[in-house]
Design a protein around this ligand. Structure first.
Ligand code: SF4
Length: 441
């Protein structure tokens, strides 16, 4: 049986798409093997968000050819699209699939190597294995971005807004529930832009979320990332009602209103903080996570101090800090890269330090409370079970492995480095979602 191996760089949208490509290979008769093993085909879903992501993408291609020098290497994703845009070859790639076409990677492979199609067809097909063991599934609902942040290449690699038809999304959600997934993580490049204007077939984003929450077997809906302008009063209502978990990942990128303007991001420091304050005031127990960029060309010490200030006041549970690097063809490319790497490193460390402080303070707010946890499995080091609360706190506790994928209630007893230690509780006041379902609209 021909073997195929897959790897993903970058965001949750890419991860979801790799899973879909993988399924198409499985259905065609390929055996999926780990990327570190020898395979006949390697599929790399690349990322171009930073120059380091691009270098990692290139390194991964080299790794594939080292694993099996005669394998066919298929490259897709944002870094692949950037190369296609520039008409540049990608060293080591046998097939380059344009980003919007990536779910047809198998067709591209067969077109380039027809003998491969014959070989696969000649092999007896095993039924694709049922996905087991995971509790959370990523579900992509939207693609493309129109914000045009001045540093970002995504509007060039994923042009145009595309919403998946709601019927497709709901069918896939039911299939995932049947496979045993309990939590859906909704992803999209600009998820709040989901709607009828870009092909949803009717519903807007909030209505789609309500419909997904009614899918039998799904316990939780989480949104992987949403722009602050797209956190609507209706979305806040959905969180308050318990249909969406009380956790939002809201990219900040910079705490300086001037830098945000230079980035072409449509909000100010004050807008962002006002939204965080509102979420904390209206939703208990709310958690907020974010991405923050350091070293944008117009970020001086005063502007960076604004980022530190917002990071403190937004009280993030987690923040992903990344460094600016000029992306070819973007407006920010013309400003060069004046902030030295050493200074970017100092700023990253400073934000990471604030992040550790706010995360620990945030976790401690919930000590003594009983929260709903979906059990992910055992931690390897301590033999404890681990899982996430609705508001994204990592929790570890003793219990039977048979509880995997089950909903349990855990009293949060002790803050450890990065997670909370707790105990399963069968009684006591709990953070129940207020109402499980809103009336059908
Ligand atoms: S919102 Fe900005 S950073 Fe995010 S994908 Fe769109 S253009 Fe890129």
């Amino acid at each position: 049986m021909p073997k195929a191996a897959f790897t993903t760089l970058g965001c949750k949208v890419n991860q979801y798409e790799t899973q879909r490509i993988l399924e198409s290979f499985e259905e065609a008769g390929f055996q999926v093997v780990p990327f570190s093993e020898s395979a006949d085909v390697y599929v790399i879903n690349s990322c171009s968000v930073t120059s380091s992501a691009e270098s990692k993408s290139r390194y991964t291609i080299r790794k594939a050819t080292r694993n099996n020098p005669s394998a066919k290497v298929v490259v897709t994703g944002c870094a692949a699209q950037m190369s296609l845009n520039k008409a540049e070859a990608i060293e080591g790639a046998d097939v380059v699939v344009p980003n919007p076409e990536k779910l047809r990677a198998l067709d591209y492979l067969y077109r380039a190597f027809p003998e491969m199609a014959n070989w696969v067809a000649a092999e007896p097909h095993a039924a694709p294995p049922v996905l087991v063991g995971r509790t959370r599934a990523t579900l992509k609902v939207q693609d493309g971005c129109s914000v045009m942040c001045s540093y970002c290449s995504i509007p060039y690699t994923r042009p145009g807004l595309v919403s998946r038809p709601a019927t497709d999304v709901l069918d896939e959600a039911s299939r995932m529930a049947d496979l045993g997934y309990r939590e859906l993580i909704l992803t999209g490049v600009l998820i709040g832009a989901y709607g009828p204007d870009s092909g949803s077939g009717g519903p807007d984003f909030e209505t789609l979320v309500e419909q997904l929450a009614r899918v039998e077997g799904i316990e939780r809906i989480r949104i992987s990332s949403i722009e602050m302008r797209q956190v609507t009063p209706r979305l806040i209502e959905l969180i308050q009602s318990g249909l969406v978990v009380p956790h939002l990942h809201i990219p900040l990128q910079s705490g300086s209103s001037q830098v945000l303007r230079d980035m072409n991001r449509p909000y100010t420091k004050e807008d962002y903080l006002a939204l965080c304050d509102r979420l904390y005031a209206d939703i208990e127990p709310m958690s907020i996570t974010a991405d923050i960029m350091v070293g944008f060309p117009t970020e001086g010490p005063a502007e960076f101090a604004d980022s530190l200030d917002v990071a403190r006041r937004a009280r993030y549970l987690k923040s992903h800090v990344f460094r600016f690097s000029p992306r070819h063809g973007t407006p920010a490319d013309q400003w060069g890269d004046p902030v030295p790497d050493a200074e970017k490193q100092v700023r990253s460390l400073a934000l990471a330090e604030v992040g550790r402080e706010t995360a620990a303070a945030h976790r401690k707010r919930f000590l003594g409370q009983i929260h709903r946890v979906i059990v992910e499995g055992k931690t390897t080091s301590e033999g404890l079970l681990e899982g996430l609360t609705d508001n994204y706190l990592e929790v570890r506790f003793a219990g039977s492995p048979s509880l995997k994928r089950q909903v349990v209630w855990v009293r949060l007893d002790e803050d450890r480095d990065g997670y909370l230690l707790g105990e399963i509780e069968t009684s006591g006041p709990r953070f129940e979602p207020r109402t499980r379902l809103l009336p059908v609209r």
